[in-house]
Write a protein that binds this ligand. Structure first.
Ligand code: IPD
Ligand code: CA
Ligand code: CA
Length: 319
């Protein structure tokens, strides 16, 4: 991977992070994409800055970002961007969020950059060259026993519709691990796994922009990333199981004990996931809503098919 791609990703991530830090705790406009799925003007501004930075240098590259539908150009290079991962934390002034930028070349993840502006921590990895935190090589932990492991997870935005399913996995890992955290930024969860702070992570229904950079950073730090039941991982698969590798079989075993009552892993969708959903996806969404209209509408919103414009201002102080 040529150094200029990494340099560009770092430049864009640092610039977005600077904005996030400068506006953290200030009054930022918030809209809801789903019942509990927020986007702020900072997400949008950061996405614009990152996109412009990339396109000014590489106008023929493709962009796949959380908040904007860019028309595909059929490029070999595809930048996958979450401008602000951890928006719920951000609007509540909980200082745990990051910028995430990944680069896929010919369908293979080649580069991942994640920047935590609060701690000024920059994680990066290029395929085959290791993972780094502020320039220092990082490695996953050496914990061998699930019972001694610090685990982390997150909940997707349809958590209220499938609460029992998610809680059954949550419960299982509270019982099997040493302790469990839910920090609220998938990319930072993965980066802290890569740095050896967490030993294992799982989550359902993530998007490519949530996991593109972080999954490469984990594997380059010596960790293992698969689907939730151990199947090969793709950033388009939605479900993820990541660990230091040593506890991976124990995590799969624990998940398999839950599976009969739990969510079924989601089949990898087409790479254009989230854009102009095909009819069968809408049908699946309707079935998943178990037939109620309001659950169906929430489901569509949470999948980004509908956007509810609810404007709310947050001041620096919580109400
Ligand atoms: C969310 C965060 C969170 C995870 C959610 C993600 P966003 O991303 O990564 O930790 O649990 O599933 O959607 O919406 O803040 O970019
Ligand atoms: Ca995200
Ligand atoms: Ca985001």
């Amino acid at each position: 991977m040529e150094a200029r791609y990494l340099e560009l990703a770092i430049q864009a991530a640092r610039e977005a992070g600077r904005i996030q830090k400068a506006r953290f705790g200030h009054s930022n406009r918030v809209e809801l994409k789903g019942e509990i799925n927020p986007v702020t003007e900072v997400d949008l501004l950061c996405e614009r800055i990152i996109s412009e930075t990339i396109l000014n240098t590489f106008p023929d590259h493709d962009l796949f970002t959380e908040e904007t539908s860019f028309k595909g150009k059929g490029s070999r290079w595809r930048w996958i961007v979450d401008p602000l991962d951890g928006t719920t934390n951000y609007i509540h002034r909980f200082p745990f969020f990051a910028v995430s930028i990944g680069l896929e070349v010919d369908g293979v993840m080649e580069l991942g950059v994640a920047y935590d502006p609060v701690r000024d921590e920059l994680f990066h990895a290029a395929r085959g060259t290791g993972a780094f935190l502020n320039g220092q090589r990082i490695h996953v932990s050496e914990t061998e026993d699930l019972g001694q492991s610090l685990l982390c997870t997150g909940f997707p935005y349809d958590v209220r519709e499938n609460i029992n399913d998610y809680l059954s996995y949550f419960r299982q890992f509270i019982m099997k691990g040493f302790a469990l955290r839910r920090p609220g930024s998938a990319v930072l969860d993965l980066c802290h796994l890569a740095a050896g702070h967490f030993d294992g992570f799982w989550e359902f229904k993530l998007h490519p922009w949530d996991v593109a950079a972080g999954s490469l950073i984990v594997t380059e730090a010596g960790g293992q990333v698969t689907g939730i039941t151990g199947q090969p991982f793709s950033i388009y698969s939605k479900d993820i199981l990541a660990s230091n590798g040593l506890i991976h079989p124990q995590m799969i075993e624990a998940i398999q004990e839950v599976e009969p009552h739990g969510l079924k892993p989601v089949a990898p969708p087409h790479a254009s996931e989230g854009r102009n959903p095909p009819k069968h996806t809408l049908l699946r969404s309707f079935r998943a809503s178990k037939g109620t209209l309001s659950a169906f509408i929430h489901g569509l919103r949470d999948r980004g098919f509908l956007r509810r414009r609810v404007k709310s201002e947050r001041t620096g102080q919580k109400a």
